[in-house]
Design a binder for this molecule. Structure first.
Ligand code: TYD
Length: 328
C-alpha cells in the first residue's frame, strides 16, 4: 500500500511511519511544512519520500497524493497553549488544510483517515466518552479539530468518500516536543529548572503511549468501517501532579522544583475515552503508564542530541513567553 501522511506532531507521525514501512512494507510519502515540532531529523532513520509543503496548499497536496491508496491526515498544530496565544495557525491547518486534503482525496477516490483527539468531546467529570457523545470542545485547538472532524463526516455523508476518524487520548513518548507536559517536566527536572504545574495539579489526563496510538491508527485504517469514528484511549488515567511526582522519582530531581503557576484559561478538568469500539476491531493498548513513563524518561536522558538544539533554539523564547521565566 502507498500512504500519504500529512503534517503533524513529530513523535506520533514518526512512530506511525516506522511501523508502516518496517512491519507492513508500505511506501510512505510524508507531506510536511516542517514547523517547529515536525523536524526532519525525526524521520532520518526511516525510508520514505518527502514533499515539503502545507496541507492547505492544493498544489503540494496534489503532488504528494500521486499514486497513494490512502491519506492519513495528522492535521495537527498540537499544543493547546499555543492555540490560546495564536489561534490563526490552528484555523488554517485544521479547517482549510483538512478541506484541501479531503477535496484531493475525493478527486482521486482514496481512503481518508483523520487523526483527531479526545479533546473534541470537552471535559467529563465521571465516566468516559463514547463515539456518540456530543462534541463540546473548549479551546481554539479542540474547536478547530472538532470542526475538521465534522467536515470529514460530511464528505462521507455527502460525497460517499471512504473516511475514518481516530480520536486519541493524551500521547506521550520519545521525540515529543517539550511544550507538552511530560517531556517539559522531564527536561526541566534533568536541568534543575522549576516544574510549572497549572492550577491545583488535579486535572486528569488519559495517557496513551505513542506507539500504541500509532498502532491504533494503523488498525483503524485497515479494519475500520467507512464513515465511522473510533476512540483510541490509553489504559491509565492520572492527575497531573502524580505525573510530575513520577518524573521527579525517575530523574532523581527534588520535590522542591514543583511550582504551582497560574492556570491555563478554560483548562479542561478531565479527559477520558471509552475504547470498546476499537477493541472490538482487535486493538489493545500494550504499554501501561508506569512502563511508558519509565521508557520515556530513559529516552530523553539518553538522547540529548535530539533535544539540545530545541532547548537552545526557538523553544527558549516560547518558554519565556509562556512561563514568564527563562530556562537554565
Ligand atoms: P498538555 O501536555 O499540554 O496536553 P493537553 O492540554 O492536550 O491535555 O497538558 C497536559 C496536562 O498538563 C494539562 O492538564 C495541562 C497540564 N500542564 C501543566 O500543568 N503544566 C505545563 O507546563 C503544561 C505544558 C501542561
Amino acid at each position: 500500500m502507498r500512504l500519504l501522511v500529512s503534517v503533524g506532531a513529530g513523535s506520533l507521525k514518526k512512530n506511525f511511519v516506522r511501523v508502516h514501512v518496517r512491519d507492513h512494507g508500505d511506501d510512505v510519502v510524508v507531506l510536511d511544512k516542517l514547523t517547529y515540532a515536525g523536524r526532519r531529523e525525526n524521520l532520518q532513520d526511516v525510508e520514505h519520500e518527502f514533499v515539503h509543503g502545507a496541507i492547505e496548499d492544493p498544489r503540494a497536496v496534489a503532488e504528494a497524493i500521486d499514486g497513494a491508496d490512502a491519506v492519513v491526515n495528522f492535521a495537527a498544530e498540537t499544543h493547546v497553549d499555543r492555540s490560546i496565544a495564536e489561534p490563526d495557525a490552528f484555523v488554517r491547518t485544521h479547517a482549510q488544510g483538512t478541506y484541501v486534503l479531503l477535496e484531493t482525496a475525493r478527486a482521486r477516490g482514496v481512503r481518508y483517515l483523520q487523526v483527531s483527539t479526545d479533546e473534541v468531546y470537552g471535559s467529563i467529570a465521571e465516566g468516559s466518552f463514547t463515539e456518540s457523545s456530543p462534541l463540546a470542545p473548549s479551546s481554539p485547538y479542540s474547536a478547530t479539530k472538532a470542526g475538521a472532524d465534522l467536515l470529514v463526516s460530511s464528505y462521507h455523508h455527502t460525497f460517499g468518500l471512504d473516511t475514518l476518524i481516530c480520536r486519541g487520548s493524551n500521547n506521550y513518548g520519545p521525540y515529543q516536543y517539550p511544550e507538552k507536559l511530560i517531556p517539559l517536566m522531564v527536561l526541566n527536572a534533568l536541568h534543575g529548572d522549576r516544574l510549572p504545574v497549572y492550577g491545583d495539579g488535579m486535572n486528569v489526563r488519559n495517557w496513551l503511549f505513542v506507539e500504541d496510538f500509532a498502532r491504533g491508527i494503523g488498525h483503524v485504517l485497515e479494519h475500520g468501517v467507512p464513515g465511522e469514528a473510533y476512540n483510541v484511549g490509553g489504559p491509565d488515567e492520572c492527575p497531573n501532579i502524580e505525573v510530575v511526582r513520577r518524573v521527579i522519582e525517575l530523574t532523581g530531581a527534588g520535590e522542591g522544583l514543583i511550582e504551582y503557576v497560574t492556570d491555563r484559561p478554560g483548562h479542561d478538568r478531565r479527559y477520558s475515552l471509552g475504547s470498546e469500539k476499537v477493541r472490538a476491531l482487535g486493538w489493545e493498548a500494550q504499554v501501561r503508564f508506569a512502563e511508558g513513563v519509565e521508557r520515556t524518561v530513559a529516552w530523553y536522558r539518553d538522547n540529548a542530541w535530539w533535544w539540545e538544539p530545541i532547548r537552545s533554539g526557538e523553544y527558549r523564547a516560547y518558554y519565556e513567553r509562556q512561563y514568564g521565566r527563562a530556562l537554565s
